[in-house]
Design a protein around this ligand. Structure first.
Ligand SMILES: C[S@@+](CC[C@H](N)C(=O)[O-])C[C@H]1O[C@@H](n2cnc3c(N)ncnc32)[C@H](O)[C@@H]1O
Length: 348
């Protein structure tokens, strides 16, 4: 196949992934085909690689930069990949409508071995409309992404390939930086450097620039697991496969952290950054206190806790693990450097 044929195929698979009407199985299949096509184009194949450097992660001051292998595996997080690509396409489209200056400059911070988010979005624009700048700490990611982009004959849309730490990187170009996209996070904003990276890169955006994701919130909620289990069993008996309204089984106790492009470091250094009071009805043997992560990727593209590993709830209290009595207060604070994570202390 030639580069053009590969690109045509990639667009067909991407279209299926992004289509409102496609189902979960079709989206999964489209990502498997995209991965196969990337490998055929000479990119790192994370299902085959036995190269030791592809398995090497690195600890940086802002947090943990996953290995090229793990970054490649993110492709298969269906909802994540789909919503981040849709968010990026929509953000570029919005800026093209709002401003005259072209091309839109996009920095893909932590692009991984496929520059996945930029690459799929690039299929929908011309080189006159958008230029992507790829940045990753792993040189092998950049080599893999470069090879892939060349094979797909999309090099005209990719301006730079930068091997650097995103938490110290400076945008020195004459042109305004319009969009930064970064997915360097785990649930509860732990371990990976999303907070440090956002605090460092967002101020480098031009006025009205867009940071993707727009907002990440971590909330502490009481969870009625008995009620939820009962509802799921009822739905199962009725053959109802839809997703229940999980919010019916949750009660907001406090917002622990919110990260946006306007966030400042001092907010994360507060001690405590938030407080929660365990409700008096927290008495059932199955009740839990959990941290819920919500990712507002861009506008209507939002990831909730049942959507991916990035938003999976973290249980901080249940009867057989850190049981907390009704009326207990929990103080939260955030460790921002080296090993980022939310920490907490409970007292009555
Ligand atoms: C979870 S992967 C996501 C890869 C890709 N953006 C995607 O969405 O499929 C995170 C990527 O960020 C890179 N990364 C993490 N911390 C970084 C840092 N401080 N500077 C540059 N790259 C970083 C990792 O090497 C990895 O490739």
């Amino acid at each position: 196949m030639t580069g053009n044929n590969f690109t045509h195929q990639l667009k067909v698979y991407t279209q299926l992934l992004l289509d409102e009407e496609s189902n979960w199985g079709e989206r999964r299949e489209s990502l498997q085909q995209i991965h196969r096509l990337f490998a055929e184009c000479g990119a790192m194949d994370m299902l085959q690689t036995d190269n030791a450097t592809d398995r090497e992660a690195v600890w940086l001051e802002g947090g943990y930069a996953v290995s090229p292998y793990s970054a490649g595996m993110c492709l298969f997080e269906i909802v994540r990949t789909r919503l981040f690509v849709l968010g990026l396409i929509n953000a570029i489209t919005d800026l093209l409508q709002l401003q005259k200056e072209r091309p839109i400059q996009v920095l893909d911070a932590g692009c991984g071995p496929y520059a996945l988010l930029s690459l799929l979005a690039s299929l929908y624009f011309t080189k006159e409309e958008v230029q992507f700048h790829l940045l990753d700490i792993h040189r092998s990611n950049m080599q893999s992404a470069g090879k892939l982009i060349e094979s797909l004959e999309l090099s005209d849309r990719f301006d730079s390939y930068l091997v650097a730490d995103a938490c110290t990187f400076q945008w020195h170009r004459q042109k305004d930086l319009n969009i930064v996209i970064a997915e360097t996070m785990l649930n509860g904003l732990r371990k990976e450097p999303q907070v440090a990276l956002t605090l460092h890169l967002a101020p480098q955006l031009c006025t009205n620039g867009i940071f993707i994701p727009e907002k990440i919130s971590v909330d502490c909620r009481w969870h009625d697991s008995t009620g939820q289990q009962r509802k799921l069993e009822e739905m199962n008996e009725l053959g109802d496969n839809s997703i229940p309204d999980y919010s019916l089984f949750e009660e907001q106790l406090c917002n622990v952290l919110t990260l946006t492009k306007d966030s400042v470091k001092d907010y994360f250094l507060q001690s405590p950054v938030a407080k929660a009071l365990i409700p008096l009805h927290h008495t059932s043997q199955k009740d839990q206190i959990r941290l819920y992560t919500t990712i507002n990727v861009y506008k209507q593209y939002i990831m909730h806790h049942h959507d991916s590993s990035l938003t999976a709830p973290i249980t901080i209290s249940q009867p057989n693990k850190n049981p907390l009595q009704p009326g207990t207060t929990i103080d939260f604070w955030y460790a921002i450097e080296n090993m980022p994570e939310i920490k907490w202390k409970a007292y009555s």
